[in-house]
Design a protein around this ligand. Structure first.
Ligand code: FAD
Length: 374
C-alpha cells in the first residue's frame, strides 16, 4: 500500500492486487491490535541481512519522523511503550484507515480476493490471477514472507523472484517462540505462565528483556529476538539475573542459616526456584556452602543453558528471516538489477528487523522508496 500510494502520487496508474478479503491483515493484529508502527531508535544495526548496508538508503530516506508526520496529519494519537517502540493509542485500525485514505487520494485501485498465481514478462509484466490477467510496465512485489499463513502469507514473492532468476537466501521463521526438547518439556512445562527478566545469548548476539515460560517452551521479547539468530542444535545461554551479581548476593548472606532454595525463592517466583533448585543444586543452609560452591551456583544462574528442540515455526513466527537476496537489487530504488521494472519491498526481502516496530518500518521505508521509481 505504501509503494502504491507513492507511485500514485507521481501520477502512475496503480492497482494493488491482494488475495486477502481485507487489506493490511498484519497491520490489524500487529502490536496486539495497537500496531507498533515504528521505533525512534531506528538504525541499520537493528536489521539482519546478508548485506547489512542494503537497508541504509531506504531507512535514511523514510524515517520514523516521516511516518509520524503522516499519523499527525490524520490526528492519530500514539505513545512510546518502551525502548523507543511507538504504538497507536487507540487501535491499529487507525493506521489502516490512514493508508486507505491516502490510497484513495492517490487514485489507487484496490483489488481484494485477487490471488496472484504467476508472473511473466514479455514486453510488459503479465500478472496471472484468479481475476484474470493484469499488465503493467512496472511491478512491485510486496507479498511478505511465509509467517502467519492463516493471515494470507504465501511464498508467491519467492516464486516470482525465482522465475526471474533472482537468488533467495535461506529462509527460517523469526521472532518466534521456542519449543522444549522432550526432557525439558517434562521438567519446565509446569512453569507455564511465569515471566522473568533475563539476558539471552544466541551465537554472538545478546538480548535483554522478559522471558516467558509457555506450555511448550520459551517465549517473550528477549527469546523472540534471539530466535532470529538461532539455528537447529544451538544452545541458548540465559542469564537469569542480568542486573545483579549472584556471587555478591550469596556472599552477603553467607553466614545465614537460610536455605539456598529459600534465598532463590526471594529472587525468583517460588515455582521456578523449586524446579531450578531440584535440577541444579542440593539445597542446604547458606552457611554450609564453600565459596567455590557459591561461585558455581552463581555461574549456573548467570549462564543457564537450554537446547530447544525447535521453534513453533511459520504458524507462530512474526517474520521470515531471509528472502530475496539484496545483492540482486539496487538499494536506492529496490529495482532488480537483472529485470528492469521489477521491484521488491518489505518482508519478502532478505532484511529482517528486530522486535519493536522495525519490521513494519522496513515495509513503510522500502515501499516508499520503490514507489518513487516504479
Ligand atoms: C502477529 C504479528 C504481529 C506483528 N506485529 C508487528 C508489530 O507490532 N510491529 C512490526 O514492526 N512488525 C510486526 N509484525 C511484522 C509485520 O507485520 C510484517 O513484517 C509486515 O507486515 C511486512 O509487510 P509486507 O507488506 O512486506 O508484507 P505483509 O504485511 O505480509 O503483506 C503481504 C500481502 O501480500 C498478500 N499476498 C500474499 N500472497 C499473495 C498472493 N499469492 N496473491 C495476492 N496477494 C498475496 C497478503 O495477503 C498480504 O496482504 C507482526 C507480524 C505478525 C505475524
Amino acid at each position: 500500500m505504501m509503494s502504491a500510494i507513492e507511485a500514485g502520487k507521481r501520477g502512475r496508474s496503480v492497482s494493488v492486487l491482494d488475495h486477502a478479503e481485507r487489506e493490511g491483515q498484519k497491520i490489524r493484529i500487529s502490536g496486539g491490535g495497537r500496531c507498533n508502527f515504528t521505533n525512534i531508535h531506528m538504525a541499520p544495526e537493528k536489521y539482519l541481512s546478508r548485506n547489512p548496508h542494503f537497508c541504509k538508503s531506504a531507512l535514511s530516506r523514510f524515517t520514523p519522523h516521516d511516518f509520524i508526520a503522516m499519523l499527525e496529519k490524520y490526528d492519530i494519537q500514539y505513545y512510546e511503550k518502551e525502548k523507543g517502540q511507538l504504538f497507536c493509542r487507540k487501535s491499529s485500525l487507525e493506521v489502516l484507515r490512514m493508508l486507505r485514505e491516502e490510497a484513495g487520494k492517490a487514485g489507487i485501485a484496490m483489488r481484494l480476493k485477487c490471488k496472484v498465481t504467476d508472473v511473466r514478462k514479455e514486453d510488459r509484466f503479465r500478472v496471472i490471477t484468479n481475476q484474470g490477467m493484469f499488465e503493467s510496465d512496472s511491478l512491485i512485489v510486496a507479498t511478505g514472507g511465509l509467517s502467519f499463513p492463516d493471515l494470507g502469507a504465501t511464498g508467491i514473492g519467492y516464486h516470482i523472484a525465482g522465475h526471474f532468476g533472482l537468488r533467495i537466501t535461506s529462509l527460517s521463521p523469526g521472532l518466534v517462540p521456542f519449543e522444549y526438547n522432550r526432557n525439558d518439556m517434562k521438567i519446565f512445562g509446569a512453569l507455564s505462565g511465569i515471566s522473568l527478566p533475563v539476558k539471552v545469548r544466541c551465537r554472538d548476539r545478546e538480548f535483554q528483556g522478559e522471558m516467558l515460560f509457555t506450555h511448550h517452551g520459551l517465549s517473550g521479547p528477549a527469546i523472540l529476538q534471539a530466535s532470529n539468530y538461532w539455528m537447529k542444535g544451538d544452545i541458548l545461554q540465559i542469564d537469569l539475573l542480568p542486573d545483579s551479581d549472584a556471587v555478591e548476593i550469596f556472599r552477603a548472606r553467607h553466614g545465614s542459616r537460610t536455605e539456598m532454595y529459600n534465598l532463590l525463592a526471594e529472587l525468583f517466583p517460588r515455582r521456578f526456584s523449586r524446579i531450578w533448585s531440584d535440577l541444579h543444586i542440593r539445597s542446604k543452609p547458606l552457611c554450609q556452602y564453600t565459596d567455590k560452591e557459591l561461585i558455581e551456583i552463581a555461574g549456573q544462574l548467570h549462564n543457564w543453558e537450554i537446547r530447544p528442540q525447535g521453534t513453533e515455526g511459520y504458524q507462530k513466527a512474526e517474520v521470515t528471516v531471509g528472502g530475496v537476496d539484496t545483492d540482486e537489487l539496487s538499494s536506492k530504488t529496490m529495482e532488480s538489477r537483472k529485470v528492469p521494472g521489477l521491484y521488491f519491498a518489505g518482508e519478502v526481502l532478505d532484511v529482517t528487523g528486530e522486535l519493536g516496530g522495525y519490521n513494519l518500518h522496513w515495509a513503510w521505508a522500502s515501499g516508499y522508496v520503490a514507489g518513487q521509481y516504479a
